[in-house]
Design a protein around this ligand. Structure first.
Ligand code: ATP
Ligand code: MG
Length: 354
C-alpha cells in the first residue's frame, strides 16, 4: 500500500444522492484491486437539505474540513424548487473552485460503442479528446457597469481580464496533457481576428509556453470554425485549450456530440495540489427523474476514475474505463440509453468488471 488517500464524498442534491453510492462502489472496488489505501469521508453539507435545516449551504469551517483532503468527489448541487440556483451554486461549488484555486476545468469527450451518436457516420474511435477550460479569469469578471441606465443612451461595459500567470498556467497544463498523449496535438481556441487585444495576446502566450514543448503540434483555430469542426470533423481533436467563456461553450458542445449527459465527467483541478481538486459529473441534480432510481451513474463513475488518475493511479483509471466500455457495449443500460436497468444495477455491473 502507498500513501493514504483521503477523499471527501459530497453527494449534494437530487440524483447526486443516487449516483454517489455507485461511484463510490466502483472507486472502492478499484482501490481494493489495485491496493490503493483509500479513506472516504461522507459529507452531508453543500446540499439544499442542509440549507433548509441551517440557512446556509455549508458550515463556516468548511474550508478547514476540506483543505487536508486529497480530493473532493462531488455529486450535484441545486434544488431550484426550494433554493435559488445562485444561492446553492455560489454557496458551494463556486466557492470550492475559487478558494481552492481549481483553475483547470477538464472534460474528456469520447464516443463509446453502444451509445447512439447524434452525429451521423461516427464510429467510436472517431471522437476522443479533452477540453481544457481556463476556470478563473478571462471573460467572467464582475468588472464593468451600466451608464445612463434606463435611458436611450444606455451603455453597458463588461471587461475581460487575462493575466500572464493565469494564461500560462492553463496553457502549460494543456501542453503537458498533450505531450503525454499518443497524438501530441493541441488545438488552441482563439478569436484573434475579431477580439483584437486579448486574443492575439493569448496566441502569443501559447507560442511562448509552447516553446517548451517541441514534440507537441499546435493548431490555433478561431472559436467559430473550431465549434463547427467539433460537429463536422471531431477526429481532428486531441487536446483543446480555451479561455473561460470559449471553454465553457466547448465543454458543453463536445459531450453533447457523444450521446447522453448521463455519461459526461469533469474535473476541476489545482494541478500543483496546493488544494484539493474536485471531480463531478457534468449533469445537475435532475429533479425530473430524482427518486426513481433510473439516473445513469456512469458520469459519476467516470469522474471517480479521473480522480484516481489525478491521484496517481492510472491503472485503476484504465480498469474502470474498460469496465464502462464493456457495460456500454453489452449492457445493461439505464433508460436514457434505451434500457430498463436501475442506477444500482449499472453500478454493480461495472463493479464486477473492474
Ligand atoms: P444544471 O444543473 O446544469 O443547471 P439542469 O438541472 O437543468 O441544469 P440536469 O440536472 O443535468 O440539468 O438535467 C438535464 C436533463 O438531463 C434532465 O432531463 C435530466 O433528467 C437528464 N439527466 C441529467 N443527468 C442524468 C443522468 N445521470 N441520467 C439520466 N438522465 C440525466
Ligand atoms: Mg440543476
Amino acid at each position: 500500500m502507498g500513501k493514504l488517500l483521503r477523499v471527501a464524498a459530497i453527494p449534494g442534491d437530487g440524483i447526486g444522492k443516487e449516483v454517489m453510492p455507485e461511484g463510490l462502489r466502483v472507486v472502492q472496488a478499484a482501490a481494493t484491486r489495485f491496493d490503493i489505501d483509500l479513506s472516504v469521508e461522507h459529507i452531508e453539507w453543500a446540499s439544499c437539505d442542509y440549507y433548509a435545516a441551517t440557512g446556509s449551504m455549508m458550515p463556516s469551517n468548511w474550508k478547514s474540513q476540506l483543505q487536508s483532503m486529497d480530493a473532493i468527489y462531488f455529486g450535484a448541487v441545486g434544488w431550484p424548487a426550494t433554493v435559488p440556483d445562485h444561492i446553492s451554486l455560489w454557496g458551494s461549488l463556486l466557492k470550492f473552485r475559487r478558494e481552492f484555486d481549481q483553475y483547470i476545468n477538464l472534460r474528456p469527450v469520447r464516443l463509446f460503442e453502444g451509445v447512439p451518436c447524434p452525429l451521423s457516420n461516427r464510429k467510436p474511435g472517431d471522437i476522443n479528446y479533452f477540453v481544457v477550460r481556463e476556470n478563473t479569469e478571462g471573460e467572467y469578471t464582475n468588472l464593468g457597469g451600466v451608464m445612463y441606465p434606463g435611458t436611450d443612451r444606455e451603455i453597458v461595459i463588461q471587461e475581460s481580464v487575462y493575466s500572464r500567470y493565469g494564461a500560462d498556467r492553463v496553457l502549460k497544463y494543456a501542453f503537458e496533457l498533450a505531450a503525454g498523449r499518443e497524438r501530441k496535438h493541441l488545438t488552441v481556441a482563439t478569436k484573434s481576428n475579431g477580439i483584437a487585444i486579448s486574443m492575439p495576446w493569448w496566441d502569443s502566450r501559447a507560442d511562448a509556453v509552447g516553446d517548451n514543448y517541441p514534440t507537441v503540434a499546435v493548431d490555433k483555430q478561431h472559436i467559430d470554425i473550431l465549434s463547427a469542426r467539433f460537429v463536422l470533423q471531431p477526429g481532428r481533436f486531441d487536446v483543446v485549450v480555451a479561455s473561460n467563456l470559449f471553454g465553457d461553450i466547448l465543454s458543453d458542445l463536445g459531450p453533447a456530440t457523444t450521446g447522453t449527459i448521463g455519461l459526461a465527467p469533469s474535473a476541476n483541478l489545482n494541478p500543483e495540489r496546493n488544494f484539493p481538486s474536485l471531480f463531478e459529473p457534468v449533469h445537475g441534480s435532475a429533479p425530473d427523474i430524482y427518486g426513481k432510481g433510473i439516473a445513469n451513474p456512469i458520469a459519476m463513475i467516470w469522474s471517480g476514475a479521473l480522480m484516481l488518475d489525478f491521484l496517481g493511479h492510472r491503472q485503476a483509471h484504465d480498469a474502470i474505463l474498460r469496465a464502462i466500455e464493456a457495460v456500454l457495449r453489452d449492457g445493461p443500460h439505464t433508460p436514457d440509453l434505451g434500457g430498463k436497468a436501475s442506477t444500482e444495477q449499472i453500478g454493480r455491473a461495472i463493479e464486477q468488471l473492474v
